[in-house]
Design a protein around this ligand. Structure first.
Ligand code: ACO
Length: 338
């Protein structure tokens, strides 16, 4: 059904953060596994991460981010047509978008979850744009949120040092075609590399009646082949950003801000170098949050906006990458005044 206000443009009009109250420093980790602040800082750039504390959940941090984004956009919850929650760690496997919808009172929206691991926010942004560009919806609330601490093996030093919990949100609204602020995008996936990063289900056969069996079990903690994921990111991320820039009729010289999934500072530095972008154009808050999966890009975006870094008109090259493997880039022109 095409809305009368059909328009082909989209713009981000508000952002927000949902930061859980627990803190886990590198020094804390050094008491749990054989590691050190020096090793973690040099190999990753992470100093601490936030963890959901008692009474907090994916719903509470997602709702907090949503409230802030709506306030900045000056949009009431009832005005939202569509709520997309990008997450791999829902409170409920049937979906957690609806619980956030209810928590914030987005009573007229349709809400659903989208799973694309650390690429979730970029995939969600492009999905949101499609609904707006067809004229189906005018106002979308996109939340990227993950509570990876639930699925980390806290005795595995090769992974437990990386991850944290967090949520970010943006309001995306329809604009005229001339004022379109999603300038280009490119999305990719490759299941052949899925074994490098998993939060997999493991079950065993159980007879329920006569000879009829079902498979029942549990999800197992995150496993990762760190070096392979690192090599993949450093090769594919500059490539996908270049393709998205090409679609936007831009080059890396036009980029004001490089905003990558906050996985590892060394990955961000290597990608910036390959795109010939100086370190001061890279948005990074990894030191304080670690890898928050689908939450990382909107969290860093909101922090940069509230710190007054982003100016209206700035070109932001975003890229998410992670399990799947999935990766993608969106080139956005910022339009909110600091
Ligand atoms: N503390 C101290 N030593 C450690 C630790 C630790 N926490 N972890 C591993 N080591 C040791 C290893 O055992 C190894 O020792 P050895 O040489 O005696 O065998 C040595 O340090 C080097 O280990 P590597 O795994 O080779 O270390 P590397 O330099 O590759 O860094 C890291 C590991 C940080 C995980 C890196 O590979 C990386 O960042 N990979 C990308 C991860 C990523 O970006 N994931 C994003 C996906 S997120 C998502 O989609 C959910």
């Amino acid at each position: 059904m095409r809305n009368e206000l059909y328009s082909a443009g989209i713009a981000i009009t508000g952002s927000g953060s949902g930061i859980p109250s627990g803190r886990l420093t590198n020094q804390d980790l050094a008491q749990m596994v054989e590691t050190s602040d020096e090793w973690i800082t040099t190999r990753t750039g992470i100093k601490q991460r936030c963890l959901t504390a008692s009474g907090e959940s994916l719903k509470t941090i997602g709702a907090q981010a949503a409230h802030q984004a709506l306030a900045m956009a000056q949009v009431a919850p009832e005005e939202i047509d569509l709520l997309i929650l990008a997450t791999s760690t829902p409170d409920d496997l049937f979906g957690s978008a609806v619980s956030i919808q209810t928590a914030i009172g987005a009573n007229h929206a349709v809400a659903f979850d989208l799973t694309a691991a650390c690429s979730g926010f970029v995939f969600g942004l492009v999905n949101s744009a499609q609904f707006i560009r067809t004229g189906a919806y005018q106002k979308v609330l996109l939340i990227g949120a993950d509570v990876l601490s639930r699925w980390v093996d806290w005795s595995d030093r090769s992974t437990c040092i990386l991850f944290g919990d967090g949520a970010g949100a943006v309001v995306i609204e329809a604009t005229s075609a001339e004022r379109d602020r999603l300038l280009g995008f490119e999305l990719c996936s490759d299941g052949q590399l899925s074994h490098t990063l998993n939060l997999g289900y493991h079950g065993s056969e159980k007879t329920i009646v006569d000879s009829i069996e079902v498979n029942q079990g549990h999800y197992q903690p995150i496993t990762m082949k760190g070096k392979e994921v690192y090599r993949f990111a450093v090769e594919k991320v500059p490539e996908v950003i270049s393709k998205a820039l090409f679609h936007a009729d831009l080059t890396s010289e036009d980029v004001d801000w490089l905003l990558l999934h906050q996985a590892n500072q060394r990955i961000m530095d290597a990608v910036a170098q390959r795109l010939s972008l100086p370190p001061e154009r890279v948005i990074s808050n990894l030191a304080n949050f670690g890898n928050t999966s689908a939450g990382s890009i909107p969290l860093a975006l909101d922090e940069a906006q509230r710190a007054g870094k982003l100016q209206s008109g700035d070109i932001i090259a975003m890229s998410g990458f992670g399990a799947g493997l999935t990766w993608g880039s969106a080139i956005v022109q910022w339009q909110i005044e600091p």
